[in-house]
Design a protein around this ligand. Structure first.
Ligand code: GTP
Ligand code: ZN
Length: 350
């Protein structure tokens, strides 16, 4: 069990096991996913396993992803069950596929990494924060490349305004002596996922925290078109001093879906003001007695923040409607298959 404790096995998961399941199966944590093959770590070490036929056919979010705790069958070659998750970081599939994709499971803290340069965008941070609240993880904004900026404090102030009370840390990902603030969030049972655009320093931070280059331990890196090395796979790493880190490659498209509640967490200030607007259905455009517009006029809220809030609300409504439609189509299809089977069976019986 010792090995598993170092992998972040906490009472929440232990409580889900009964004696029988432990006798007949083995508990493991997923560290990487390559299509239908998954790398897991068990008490005795690393293994590559496959999914049971039932899991292969399950909804994408019900299939195991990086960070999941799973049970293996007696042959230890297949995953049969996924334990209930503490949290799940997910996103809506890129392009036209309107499918929710799981990114990382059982993440306690999400490090949202952004650099102190033109890459820094409040609107992107707000998007990540909504996904983080939805996942059920705690966000920490990491401002990397602090060594290259003249006015780091300006970035800290701007980052703090993206969500009331959000934690913000600065870092030079290349220098371990600047990482005390970042390290203060990691302890031996904590699983941290690193997200952020390509090139902000996620892999550099990971390697500096580990004290050595982790790329050799299985992280797969490829050269992108510009010849830079870029992370292409998600992977769970164990830090030498304890703590688990999941490196999530930069995602170009990060659409929100099913984030109603989480938008209220991120934009609590706007939603609180909205209760004071004269009209209950105020769009905070040009209506008289609009408390939100008044806050913008007096500079207590940024007009960019309001626009982004509206944009995310629209995007969420659209995606949620598409998902509901897809789910209904799935149900209709399942009903049709059942009906065809019933007719076939009754013909057979005749
Ligand atoms: N000066 C400075 N350079 C940094 C810092 N963080 C990262 N870099 C450099 O920025 C470049 C990109 O860093 P990576 O760690 O590969 O970025 P990434 O976020 O992992 O990118 P992807 O793997 O594409 O998702 C590298 O050349 C790093 O050396 C920092 O805090 N300060
Ligand atoms: Zn209003």
């Amino acid at each position: 069990m010792n090995n598993l404790l170092e992998l972040g096995l906490v009472p929440f998961f232990i409580q889900q096991l009964n004696d029988v399941s432990l006798l007949e199966t083995q508990l493991a944590r997923v560290t990487a996913v390559q299509r239908s093959r998954l790398t897991v770590v068990t008490e005795t070490g690393e293994k590559v396993v496959e999914l049971s036929p039932a899991l292969l056919q399950a909804e994408p979010t019900d299939r195991p992803t990086v960070g999941d705790w799973v049970l293996l069958d007696a042959s230890l070659a297949r995953i049969t069950d996924v334990l209930e998750r503490k949290s799940l970081f997910k996103r809506l599939g890129a392009g036209s596929s309107s499918e929710i994709q799981p990114i990382a499971a059982n993440v306690d803290i999400l490090f949202i990494v952004t650099s102190c340069n033109e890459e820094f965008k409040e609107s992107r941070l707000e998007r990540y924060l909504a996904l983080c609240a939805e996942a059920g993880a705690m966000p920490v904004i990491i401002l990397s490349k602090a060594d290259l900026a003249d006015d780091v404090d300006q970035y800290v102030q701007r980052a703090r305004r993206t969500q009331a009370g959000v934690a913000v840390e600065t870092a030079n990902a290349l220098d371990p002596d600047t990482l005390a603030g970042v390290r203060s969030w990691i302890d031996s049972h904590t699983t941290v996922a690193l997200v952020g655009s390509s090139g902000v320093g996620k892999s550099t931070l990971l390697n500096t925290l580990a004290g050595h280059t982790l790329t050799a331990t299985g992280e797969i890196r490829e050269q992108d078109r510009k010849g830079r090395h870029t992370t292409t796979h998600r992977q769970l790493h164990t830090l030498p001093d304890g703590g688990l880190l999941i490196d999530v490659p930069g995602m170009r498209e990060l659409r929100v879906a099913d984030v109603d509640q989480s938008l209220s967490t991120v934009f609590k200030d706007i939603e609180a003001l909205a209760t004071q607007c004269r009209f209950a259905d105020c769009h905070h455009d040009s209506e008289p007695g609009c408390a939100v517009m008044k806050a913008i006029e007096t500079d207590s809220i940024d007009s960019r923040r309001l626009s982004n809030y509206k944009k995310l609300l629209r995007e969420n409504a659209q995606a949620t409607a598409t998902l509901a439609q897809k789910r209904q189509q799935g149900k209709d299809f399942a009903r049709m298959v059942k009906e065809v089977k019933r007719i076939k069976q009754s013909k057979h019986a005749e």
